[in-house]
Design a binder for this molecule. Structure first.
Ligand SMILES: [Mg+2]
Length: 257
């Protein structure tokens, strides 16, 4: 058990912390924007080969909106920032339906697009950098006796690649990925991750940058729900946060506890 301090003020007594990855530990926005551009270009190319090429520009703009892109920023609450890959495929397929494809045609085209981008660019994506002091907070918490876990809608492979790249795997007691059932934001995902860790949700903090993360934490009876706002160009709106955190250096443990 340890007292969690935010800017020097005790906010909870906890045994563990569940961390979201993208936009919370990971500075994901640049890589996600690059990925979105590749998917949109591939989608438009595939569409133009089979559909009405005169609507390509309109399709491109609609896909940008669907993914939450605005100029050179990504909406932190948008589909690409928050949702799992499978949900992003469905989102793209829905856009194709707006351009008069059947659901079967739309789903096939969206799958072909995502797989094409994976094959062409999949190995070229370096894991995103850490957000400032995110690695230090994991070390500080582990050294203070807390259990750290990651709960993310990235794949298990993506999470492990990120942690290995930043030499943080030994700091993380467990992960819950999009490969686990149910995936977040189902509150049972939190419940089952806490069971794996052997601690109760009430004795846990959860830190996330999406409103869906925080609502899930509240529904799962997490003891301390923290919204992280420092991971995006546009700070996320997090009305369900009990506490807001702008920088990891503001979060510490009380060493006297
Ligand atoms: Mg996130």
């Amino acid at each position: 058990m340890a007292a969690l301090l935010l800017k020097g003020v005790s906010i909870a007594s906890i045994d563990g912390v569940l961390f979201d990855k993208d936009g919370t530990l990971s500075h994901s926005e640049p890589n996600l924007l690059k990925l979105a551009e590749q998917r949109i270009k591939t989608a438009v190319d595939l569409w133009s080969a089979t559909g009405d090429a005169s609507q390509s520009r309109c399709l491109e703009e609609t896909l940008r909106k669907a993914f939450g892109m605005h100029q050179s920023t990504l909406h932190p609450g948008g589909t690409l920032a928050v949702a799992a890959r499978e949900d992003n495929i469905l989102s793209m397929a829905t856009v194709f339906c707006l351009f008069e494809l059947t659901w079967t045609e739309a789903l096939n085209l969206a799958h072909n697009c995502f797989e094409g981008v994976d094959q062409e660019f999949g190995c070229s994506h370096q894991p995103s950098p850490l957000l400032p002091d995110a690695g230090k907070v994991l070390q500080r918490f582990q050294d203070g006796g807390l259990l750290n876990a990651v709960i993310s809608n990235d794949t298990s492979r993506g999470i492990r690649r990120f942690l290995d790249h930043h030499q943080l795997s030994s700091r993380i007691a467990s992960i819950w990925s999009a490969d686990d059932i149910p995936r977040k934001p189902d509150p049972k995902a939190v419940d089952q991750l806490c069971r794996r860790l052997g601690i109760s949700p009430q004795r846990c903090a959860l830190v996330g940058d999406a409103e869906t993360d925080l609502q899930m934490a509240i529904d799962a009876d997490i003891g301390c729900v923290i919204g992280y706002t420092g991971g995006w160009s546009l700070p996320p709106d997090l009305p369900s946060a009990e506490h807001l955190l702008d920088h990891w250096s503001d979060l510490e443990l009380d060493s006297d506890t």
